[in-house]
Design a protein around this ligand. Sequence first.
Ligand SMILES: Nc1ncnc2c1ncn2[C@@H]1O[C@H](COP(=O)(O)OP(=O)(O)OP(=O)(O)O)[C@@H](O)[C@H]1O
Ligand SMILES: [Mg+2]
Length: 254
Amino acid sequence: MTTTDLLGGGGPEPAAGTATDPAAVTAGGTDAAPVVRLRGVRRTFDADLAPVRALRGVDLDVAAGDFVAVTGPSGCGKSTLLNVIAGLETVDDGTVDVAGDRISERDADWLARFRRHHVGIVFQFFNLIDGVSALQNIVLPASIGGMRRRAAESRARDLLDLLGLADRADQLPSTLSGGQRQRLAIARALVNSPTLLLADEPTGALDSEGGLEILELFRRLHADGQTIIVITHSADVAAGARRVVPMRDGRIAG
Ligand SMILES: Nc1ncnc2c1ncn2[C@@H]1O[C@H](COP(=O)(O)OP(=O)(O)OP(=O)(O)O)[C@@H](O)[C@H]1O
Ligand SMILES: [Mg+2]
């Protein structure tokens, strides 16, 4: 079993452009059309004292199959940027195109379906469901994504195998180590073969060995064609990515 098998072939398809159903949008991204394209993106939050300008005019292109590390000081807008790309956060100004569709013009229902088909997200603190087994943590989002139960379980087992967790299928997340939990979270994020794997400080809660393990996994996924955007404070992770996008004060620096 290779990661390519599990990533649904890995390679990009031409962008659909005019598709209106998120499920119909292809993996997107030829050389001419990046999977992610942001232009002039601004996002301001209301706060007690003064509005916080989290994104102050961001332009960003991410090609299919790229592995991008977003770095920068706390509060510079990294998580806001990732949430905008995931369709979890709206923008005040500018355009956000993902997988051939202008997601910044879509409503919440469309975006929920878009995320199911195109986005896998990994967080610093795993966000696993603790009452159910490792296997079921992967099966659930697959079922919600429309996969039949047996197919979902089979795919979940393949992913557990790929991520070195085959013998942990029946354990509760709380009985796994931090590194194992994060690998499980990545398996869950991959179950619906997302166009984009997004990760917000995925190694932030791990020791350096656990962090390097996750980096190695991302590098394997990247080698098999997965598009990855990872926010990181880790110099190791940034050095392991194909490209670093440094942020400062709500803008891409440099
Ligand atoms: N929902 C919100 N309401 C108000 N302010 C917000 C909200 N989300 C983010 N902010 C503010 O926007 C700015 C950017 O936040 P963001 O979370 O994107 O930073 P970050 O670069 O991810 O920081 P860190 O490295 O600490 O996670 C911060 O000043 C933050 O306080
Ligand atoms: Mg953050």
